[in-house]
Design a protein around this ligand. Sequence first.
Ligand SMILES: [Zn+2]
Length: 504
Amino acid sequence: MPAVSLPFNPVLLILLASWGYLCLYLAPRLKGNPLVPVEYESIIQVLALFGGPFIILGLVLADSSESAEGKNFWERLRDGVLGTMGVQPVEENRSGLQLFDATGAELSQLYGHGESGSGDRRVLGVTIQIIEDAVKHRASDILIDPKDQASYAVRMRVDGALRTVRILPAATSRAVLNSIKAVSSMDLAERRRPQDGAFTAKRGNTSVSFRVASSGALNGEKLSIRVLNQNAGRFTLVDVGMPDHQRALVLNALNKPSGMVLVCGPTGSGKTTTLYSMLNSIDRRTRNVISVEDPIEAHLPDVSQIEINAKAKITFAGSLRSILRQDPDVICVGEIRDEETAEIAVRAAQTGHLVLATIHCDSNPTALTRLLDLGVSPMLLSSGLSLVMSQRLLRKLCPKCKQPAKLTPAVAAGLRQRGVDTRLLYQASGCDFCAGTGYYGRMAVCDLLPVTDELRSEMAHNPSIAAKLRTEGEKKSRTNMRNEAFRAATAGLTSLEEFKRVVG
Ligand SMILES: [Zn+2]
């Protein structure tokens, strides 16, 4: 295809015009030509006049039509011919996307033998295409694992749901795996023991970072690649989907000079994004903000970000201790995992620092009992905490294809009885924009637990607080979360099905 966006290839159009002139020139000269038998003269005249131009017109039309993979007629023809000869077609890297390792070396220098034969070029083309698809479709993870002895599946997680994007023959997959391991600074010879690595994809001024983990699997080796959300650094509490009444509570806690704001939720519930959106609502020019993360998902201006590195013995607890000597106002702890980190973080919150942290657990009451289990004294916890929030992610309905919800009369009557305007309910449909899923993007639904004086005194003085949190607190927390998710459904942001899937 020509670089300019003409509907037809101009070269072929010129050829078509020339052929027309040639036919007009030849047609009168066929009469009495000794090479043409008299009885066929007229039919050959007609063919010369119309046949040729029609063939070229056909080629022009075929050329201008592109296949789903963006290949034109000629490339498909070439691939077809090569395919019948048993040669795999070459996937060229036409996107301009380049992959770099931690030292800044480019993928083609790291993989293959430098001369980039067509085999190597093809592998690199497939690798880059996979990475490019992941970025384009906003995937959070890419999984490449053996399906059986002959093939590997490439799957992507988009808005929390996994989908298979392609099946590759085993030989190609092993080469693709090796190219990704090479650019992630991993040992290619090690196929069984788990390894970690990282690489960056760049195009122009934009870049996306990837975390790679490999391990042995049945029938080969598997790779899971996490796509770090570079946009997270620009998120605000509004982008996260937090309604006004909750945002006011969060901002109130963030504007205090000290105290701990704890975000909890299971893996993949968007805790880090919420943490970043909180940091984004803090004035970072007047307050010294330091964060410890594993890994750093996005760069935040005016924040000193420290990355955990187990190999180099940079731990959460160790980093926190050194941070406290650097006169911080706000400390962000990527995740509280151990007793030492819990103790230092809560103590910092109690001694004049605003601490933002995440903890891996289901609900606010379990977060509190978890901290107590980690050895934080009830007294310290009650004086350090200012707000606990837990969250889940709901998929948002695709704005381009959502349909008014079709409800059974019984369900509709039930909803109306609860005061719901059923005309505002929508359901998922599916279009090209949302890859047929009916959903596009996600929002957080949160349960907030402000630590009031009443709760504080109960935490400090009631020895059976843990038991009470597990029963009473747990029930209340589930109801709150359900109410928030239901509010999103009745505002037409998500469907009743998604509401049931996440909190039902
Ligand atoms: Zn759609």
